[in-house]
Design a protein around this ligand. Structure first.
Ligand code: WTA
Length: 650
């Protein structure tokens, strides 16, 4: 864990504390220790109560939990439908005219979608999917911008019992191919294009490129958003609006088993191939509804909630679509970037809709810091009462800036730790109860059991170690699609009988948890997980490249930045810009290395293993320690010289 020493030192100096404001605490769902006590007394009974109170079941479950390590089954025998929980029951309870989504397009166009509207659209689209041959148990791929149809498509799949696999719109055609083929999806839902930084970015052309290599896709549904010209293949491609105009308005929700697959979401691991994380129905919905209600202290009669994530990531799944809608929340959904047309767009939106709960990523906060406090100061942000962060550790300065300049010094901040694999939030303050420290995610939520352990799996009471989960939880992943062995290897083999998250963590003297970032070869760039191997494979797939090593180096804005060291094949030449574009084509623009260094050799141990720690030291401009295990120490001198000379690109 030596690479984390700097972070540990920086964080251990933090001594400020922030108690929940008395008025906030008084009105909060959770403001005493009863929930913790309940969960500690009987974990299964605790989760059963959440499932009963927050979720509507078509048929009750038999047993709460069957735990056959590493496989958990929650609410066994229970039947429910996720779309029914997110829509029908709210409409039936008289909330049909309540706004579900205040949608704001980047150019400034808006849509106001009530729960009744959303239910209508989801039923129609569910019938559309059926008419295209999608049946219970099938997989559907979704490749859309941040438009309401993304939520509609996900909920329509849930309604008929098909699993969705959403691919972030910023991913390349190649990434889409890999994900469609791994899931053997039957239908792809995409758009002509979407708006980003004032321009239309085309999606359908990338989808077309992918579709030449995806034999399982029978039909493509195209939402018109960008207005850009697209080619439509007769018989295969259909316009969303045309199909919807013809669709039957009523579609009864399928009775799904609690353990039926709800969705796959692909995420980077330590090898090049993304993992299809499997989430099921009853436990997942219980977990996201419980955490969304209590971590964000959602009061659905008065809150306007806004999560700035993209639906293509797990945060968008759990805290834009499933958690908020299950809880009947009113939320804002925004299509574009935070700096169009000006650097104050987010704050304009907060003021316009009277947002009360705002959830974003530390990398965004650091960017706002760069743009200056004048930007939020232009707008009335007094509606805000709670702020949240997710995706990476938040440094105390960014926390304090957020607290003062966005929260006006009055809003609790919930720093939420979780993963694609955990399905929902695991570690976070409860805003009406927990005394926070800037930079600490504080404690495990009631119902979540965490232990920081050392290399020998011994619990650590003070200081650093590895973050593990000791008991199953309802939202946990149920496996990796098509690869049970990798599921066991990745999460369950490092520490016997425990889930290993891949993160380092430290416990301070008061028992607060400080997350320290990944301890494996996964980088965290702007809150997005990208594996070093994935970028290395992309680089090596270029004909001029012989070998590549990639590391994540600390970066003041994006958390980590991708640094690549590349050795070219004899007689070949290629420039940095071409290689960066090549990575964007292979994976997506988010995986473009910030800097690429050409080197005649990579530093390797005598057994041939690339010494990443050393490359990270070079990238972060640190003095190198012991290099005696290196096969050829002169390589490193050369790299350091080049690093000092080469400007990195943005
Ligand atoms: C990191 C995003 C520190 C962590 C929901 C984890 C965090 C990975 C935090 C999961 C946080 C997420 N503090 N680190 N509050 N939240 N992480 O799957 O390294 O995209 O393992 O899920 O993000 O990323 P993922």
């Amino acid at each position: 864990m030596s690479e984390h020493n700097d972070t540990i030192d920086a964080l251990s100096n933090e001594s400020r504390t922030f108690a929940p404001p008395a008025t906030f605490a008084a009105a909060a769902h959770i403001n005493d220790g009863a929930l913790h006590a309940e969960a500690e007394a009987d974990l299964e009974a605790f989760w059963a109560r959440q499932a009963r109170e927050l979720i509507t079941w078509q048929q009750p479950w038999g047993s709460v939990l069957e735990w056959d390590l590493p496989y958990a089954r929650w609410f066994v025998g229970g039947k429910l439908n996720v779309a029914e929980n997110c829509l029908d029951r709210h409409v039936a309870a008289g909330f049909g005219s309540k706004v579900a989504i205040h949608w704001e397009g980047e150019p400034g166009d808006t849509r106001t979608i009530t729960y009744a509207d959303l239910l209508d659209e989801v039923q129609r689209f569910a019938n559309v999917l059926r008419s295209l041959g999608v049946a219970k148990g099938d997989r559907v791929n979704i490749y859309l911008p941040m438009i309401p149809e993304a939520a509609v498509a996900m909920l329509a799949c849930a309604r008929i019992g098909a699993a969705h696999s959403v691919v972030f719109g910023g991913f390349s055609a190649q990434s889409l191919i890999d994900r469609i083929n791994d899931a053997e999806a039957k239908v792809l839902i995409t758009a002509d294009g979407g708006y980003r930084r004032g321009e239309v970015f085309p999606l359908k052309p990338a989808a077309d490129e992918a579709l030449a290599h995806t034999p399982t896709i029978d039909h493509v549904v195209v939402v018109r958003r960008g207005g850009n010209d697209v080619a439509m293949t007769k018989g295969r491609d259909h316009w969303y609006h045309e199909l919807m105009a013809e669709a039957d308005p009523v579609c009864a929700p399928e009775a799904m088993d609690a353990e039926d697959l709800l969705f796959l979401l692909y995420t980077s691991g330590t090898t090049g191939k993304p993992k299809g994380i499997m989430h099921t129905t009853g436990g997942y919905l219980t977990h996201v509804a419980y955490t969304h209600r209590n971590v964000f202290d959602l009061h659905r009669d008065r809150d306007v909630y806004w999560c700035t994530a993209d639906v293509g990531w797990i945060t968008g799944h759990s805290y834009i679509v499933y958690g908020p809608l299950a809880n009947g929340a009113t939320q804002v959904m925004y299509e574009g970037v935070p700096n169009y047309p000006g650097n104050d767009r987010f704050w304009e939106i907060v003021a316009k809709y009277g947002v009360t709960i705002f959830y974003t990523a530390p990398t965004a906060i650091r960017t706002f810091m760069k743009w200056g406090a004048d930007e939020p100061a232009k707008h009335d942000l007094s509606s805000l009462r709670l702020l949240g962060t997710v995706g990476e550790p938040i440094n105390p300065e960014a926390w304090m800036w957020y607290h003062h300049n966005i929260g006006g010094g009055r809003c609790p901040i919930v720093d939420t730790w979780w993963q694609t694999e955990t399905g929902g939030i695991m570690i976070s303050p409860l805003p009406g109860l927990t005394v926070t420290k800037p930079g600490s995610a504080t404690f495990a939520l009631p119902g979540v059991n965490i232990e920081v352990v050392d290399d020998n799996a011994q619990p650590v009471e003070h200081g650093g170690g590895y973050l593990t989960l000791t008991r199953p939880w309802p939202g946990m992943l149920r496996g990796i699609w098509g690869d049970p062995e990798r599921f066991v290897d990745t999460y369950w083999s490092r520490f016997q009988g425990r889930y290993f998250a891949g993160d380092g963590a430290r416990l301070d003297d008061d028992g607060y948890l400080w997350l320290l970032g990944r301890v494996d070869d996964v980088m965290n760039v702007s809150g997005h997980r990208i594996s070093t191997t994935e970028v290395e494979s992309a680089l090596v797939s270029h004909p001029a490249v012989a070998e590549a090593a990639v590391v994540g180096a600390n970066d003041a804005t994006t958390g980590q930045a991708i640094f690549a060291y590349v050795t070219l094949r004899g007689g070949q030449d290629v420039d940095v810009a071409t290689l960066r574009d090549h990575v964007a084509t292979e994976i997506g623009a988010i995986a473009k290395p910030k800097a690429i260094f050409f080197t005649p050799d990579l530093p390797k141990t005598r057994s041939g293993k690339i010494m990443r720690r050393l490359l990270r030291d070079v990238a972060e401009g640190r003095n190198l320690g012991d290099t005696t295990t290196l096969a050829d120490a002169s390589v490193v001198d050369e790299l350091q010289r080049r690093a000092a000379e080469t400007p990195s690109e943005d």
